[in-house]
Design a protein around this ligand. Sequence first.
Ligand SMILES: [Zn+2]
Length: 494
Amino acid sequence: MVKSASETVGLAADVLAKYEPVIGLEVHVQLLTNSKIFCACSTRFGDAPNSNVCPVCLGLPGTLPVLNKRVVEMATLASLALHCTVHEHSRFARKNYFYPDLPKGYQISQYELPLATGGWIEVEHDGAKKRIGITRLHLEEDAAKNLHEGFSQSATKAYIDYNRCGTPLCEIVSEPDMRAPEEAYAYLTTLRQILLYTGVSDCNMEEGSLRCDANVSVRPRGSSEFGTKVEVKNLNSFRFLQKALEYEIERHIGVLESGGRISQETRLWNQHANRTDSMRSKEKAHDYRYFPEPDLLPVHVSSAWREEIRRALPELPDAKRARFVSQYGITPYDAEVLTGSQALADYFEAVAKSGASAKNAANWIQTELLRRLNDSGKEIGASPVSPAALAELLKLVESGQITGAVGKKVFAAMFGSGRSAAEIVTAEGLAQISDTSAIEQAAREVIAKNPDNVAKYKSGNEGVFKFFVGQVMRATRGQANPQAVNDILRKLLS
Ligand SMILES: [Zn+2]
């Protein structure tokens, strides 16, 4: 039964506060291999429908799957980054169900013996750190994609693109450790960041390489038993995840408060109506008639191989943040922003290592660079200003050859043209004016033009002094040495 949104709105805050939400997430991550998990077909996104298929991924009779070693390697790397125990032996199983996007009639997944179990990640929410457990990480193949729009007979027919069939996925199942939608949001953000650092996936939610389902229930605060949980699917953005959880938690509380019972079911987030709709009663594991996949050998990850993969683990975001604070003396907030992606962190380090002050590097990257990248829709990797070029500019500012105000103008010109700071400063005559006679002349002109303000200043209005400084800086196009401007104005106005 589809419940209407009106049933769930308007619960008083004290009613909501009586209950504690319990949330767990199941995240499907597409691994960035070139070929599929059990055949050599390409995994490229965006190719013509049904162009990357073969008898294996189409499930034709008589074919046998062959496991892609790179898939195991990447999933092991992800498992280690999530502090999981990688098992020496794991096994594929058949998950049986019929659906047009699954030509074999079963999905090859892992069930009783997953690749890895028992991990955790630390998330930060409301300034507090919390460890969220990871139950398991297992491997499976993706199904095809049903397309309901955009084709000549879409009104009456569904179209199926089998390119995605057999794409390698790892499913990461969390413990039901989250207690608020914001915590779930923080978990997914942190998980995505770690996976991006390891390079095992591009985690692109729009292209479906990161998909999230949520299990949610509520219980009276103080209770240690879990309430009946509902699975919510179709959460293809961070915003939808949070909104769907908020909606679902309030719906549960509304049902319980009115004396009803929650039915265990799968629901879909309806982004147009801003609500979840019932999809089907929740299937249980036995509905899938799991059994070990007879066409594949058990997966063997020797301790030697596992340790070899561990050596390929990059420095992860947490460790990098701590190191940036201690090594470069920047604030934890700056470290947080600058480790947002591996590429941004590398950029910052490259600037700091080229001799500019790390604090200045942190400031300029966060203000000037990120703002302009954002405005122009560019990624850090496509920055027109290289780390070396930014370092050169910062050194001109730090050594007093140009003022900070001019530095910002030069940066804008560098960003727009790709030219170097020195070139721009020379070509446009922007070097700092430390010649006191030139500054003094500009100051005298400003004073002569503003007798009223001179009078105010002389009668004790100290605030007017800033006006004079601003006018002189303007007259010198921001190039005058600020200290010299101050000194000269004080002298002339006294
Ligand atoms: Zn294939």
